[in-house]
Design a protein around this ligand. Structure first.
Ligand SMILES: *[C@@H]1O[C@H](CO)[C@@H](O)[C@H](O)[C@H]1NC(C)=O
Ligand SMILES: *[C@@H]1O[C@H](CO)[C@@H](O)[C@H](O)[C@H]1NC(C)=O
Length: 234
């Protein structure tokens, strides 16, 4: 049901904007990343993107995970999301598509898991799937976790280097509804050839409640966001 809704909107979007045939990404060299009004707020300002356009532009649909710390606040334990290619859509629609995806996803029944959405969408609309975003043990230190974007099972199948592990370079509040929408981020690639810089922009949802009762179960909060990946050598 949810998958069908998102499929409908993705199909409508691609028809509306006359996207080329499946599996064809569009040239993103003219697309630009617009820094938010909050780019310089806080202790870790966003790092400006490398020159030239992004290599990949995807909308991520998934969950941000949290555990309740002994202090009574949630702390992040990672995320899992599926990335859909939007390179063939006009740039002004990127944030609209992210919002549309979130509006469908946030209202889906509680029992709809992120994995069922990922599996459903991937089966229904393989041409739009760029790949997956998830967390792994930090490969440089062997402790803690690192975000990874992995296209090796989808759009770049056959290329074992089509992944990137990121390290945060910037982290600022979302310019709108920052208690609901997760921070906007810049990251640098520390492993893999998929990108040298990663941006999480136009976030919708994903923030945990302000407080929690220690001992209560971990939670997953639905979100969507735009991901821009720069400097790919795959
Ligand atoms: C993308 O477009 C730019 C400028 O229009 C061009 O220089 C570049 O070769 C194109 N890239 C591909 C892969 O077609
Ligand atoms: C996040 O939670 C989902 C379930 O909602 C789970 O499938 C996924 O593996 C979790 N990922 C991380 C990194 O915690």
């Amino acid at each position: 049901m949810l998958a069908a809704c998102i499929l409908t909107f993705l199909t409508a979007a691609s028809v509306a904007f006359a996207a080329p045939s499946p599996k064809t990404r569009c040239n993103t060299s003219k697309d630009t990343l617009v820094m938010p009004s909050t780019a310089n707020s806080g202790s870790l300002p966003l790092v400006a993107p490398p020159a030239g356009g992004p290599s990949f532009i995807g909308v991520g649909v998934g969950v941000q995970n949290y555990t309740c710390a002994s202090t009574g606040t949630y702390s992040s334990t990672g995320a899992v999301a599926e990335l859909f290619d939007v390179s063939c859509l006009p740039e002004p629609t990127f944030s609209m598509i992210t919002t549309l995806a979130y509006d469908v996803w946030k209202d889906a029944p509680k029992g709809v898991t992120v994995q069922s959405v990922i599996n459903g969408l991937a089966a229904l609309q393989p041409a739009f799937v760029l790949g997956q975003h998830y967390f792994i043990v930090n490969p440089l230190t062997g402790s803690g976790t690192s975000p990874k974007w992995d296209f090796t099972s989808a759009s770049e199948a056959g290329n074992p280097n089509a992944f990137v592990v990121g390290a945060k370079t910037g982290d600022v509040p979302a310019p709108t509804n920052p208690t609901t929408n997760v921070d906007w981020l810049s990251l640098k690639g520390v492993q893999g050839e998929l990108a040298t810089a990663i941006y999480r922009m136009d976030t919708q949802g994903g923030q945990p409640p302000a407080s929690c009762t220690p001992g209560t179960p971990d939670i997953s909060v639905r979100y969507s966001s735009l991901y821009m990946l720069y400097g790919s050598s795959v």
